[in-house]
Design a protein around this ligand. Structure first.
Ligand code: Q9C
Ligand code: ZN
Length: 346
């Protein structure tokens, strides 16, 4: 398994976020990837810097004006006032129903709202650099699979699966799993499957591929009736147009046990196998862990070994993309267990 880690991850280090009415230190912070890097190193895995440039792929899964905004957002914020270097911008207004999203406002905070689904993706000076490096890792992972490698793992952050065609959200800026899937398609894979096992529904990935039959999206996640992202991820969302039948959501009640979760994983794996994909992209959120501070499933550490083994038995070239997981001190061990479970099954 070829493993990618991008040092630039540390450049995305916003201070705090809104949580239950308070400003609290960001759950999604550089220590997460640092813990994963340290655990991988301790277990003897070699880490590689991304070698691919995701620029053309990003343009295929995101809108040009959104990418332009992201790339320049921090400079735009500083242009408003040099004192903003110590201030985090947050959106406070959004173009919801009846409001126009086709006209870019001149006001920076209004543009930030236009390109956000929530106030939960704090920006920092190095957000673009970190997010771009993560997408480069996803593109690199896809490329090594196309070159014949069985599996690759992106130990990257910020995560990506909530980022849609033209918006950020839920700690995510660019959709790394979509970049990997698109890279596999562009490189000759006729059919690709994305399996999203993060606690939260991958609304961004679903949206990007919703009308496509070539990329199947399957997700198991906390029921959006009670869990973020709330406004997508229901069982009735099955794809549209050409993509009808190529989207499968398996929502589970908050508090679900590991046994319930693995039953849903079986159904997910059956649908993936039925698609007969040439490659698999796994949106690997580790926030299904019982110790996660913001999620409510009950997986224990050994369950991640079992997950890795089950995915290996699909027998597909597989790119793992790290998504969520906020029990930072245990994140490294949990990631290593997925890899060991996968490798031991091969
Ligand atoms: N600031 C992922 O796991 N936000 N994202 C909670 C609001 C929603 C999680 C608090 C959680 C998003 C990639
Ligand atoms: Zn999550």
């Amino acid at each position: 398994m070829r493993i990618y880690y991008a040092e630039q991850q540390a450049l995305h280090a916003p201070r705090d976020e809104f949580f239950r009415g308070q400003r609290v230190p960001c759950f999604e912070n550089p220590s997460r990837a640092e813990y994963v890097r340290a655990a991988l190193h301790a277990h003897g895995f070699a880490l590689h810097a991304p070698e691919a440039d995701s620029t053309p792929l990003l343009a295929q899964v995101h809108a040009p004006r959104y990418l332009d905004f992201l790339r320049t957002a921090w400079d735009q914020w500083l242009a408003r006032s040099p004192a903003n270097v110590d201030v985090q911008p947050f959106p406070s207004v959004w173009p919801v129903r009846t409001l126009r999203s086709d006209v870019e406002p001149a006001d920076f905070i209004a543009r930030l709202g236009l390109y956000s689904m929530d106030n939960g993706s704090p920006l920092a000076a190095g957000t673009w650099a970190a997010a771009k490096a993560g997408a480069d890792a996803a593109a690199s992972a896809a490329q090594v699979l196309l070159d014949g490698e069985r599996a690759a793992f992106c130990a990257t952050r910020p995560p990506g699966h909530h980022a849609g065609p033209d918006f950020m959200g839920g700690y995510c800026f660019v959709n790394n799993a979509a970049v990997a899937a698109q890279a596999l398609r562009a490189g000759g894979a006729a059919r690709v499957a994305v399996l999203d096992v993060d606690y939260h529904h991958g609304n961004g990935t679903q949206a990007i591929f919703y009308e496509r039959a070539d990329v199947l999206f399957v997700s198991l996640h906390g029921d959006p009736r009670t869990e973020y992202p709330f406004y997508l991820g229901h069982a009735g969302e099955t794809g549209a147009g050409e993509g009808a039948g190529f989207n499968l959501n398996l929502p589970l009640p908050a508090g679900s046990s590991a046994a319930q979760w693995f039953d849903a994983l079986e159904a997910a794996c059956a649908r993936v196998a039925q698609h007969r994909p040439d490659a698999l992209v796994v949106s690997l959120g580790l926030d299904t862990y019982a110790g996660d501070p913001i999620s409510r499933f009950q997986l224990q550490q050994d369950d991640f070994t079992r997950l890795g083994g089950r995915l290996a038995r699909l027998g597909l070239p597989t790119a793992f993309i790290l998504e969520g997981g906020y029990a930072a001190a245990e994140l490294g061990e949990n990631a290593v267990r997925v890899i060991q479970g996968f490798n031991d099954e091969e």
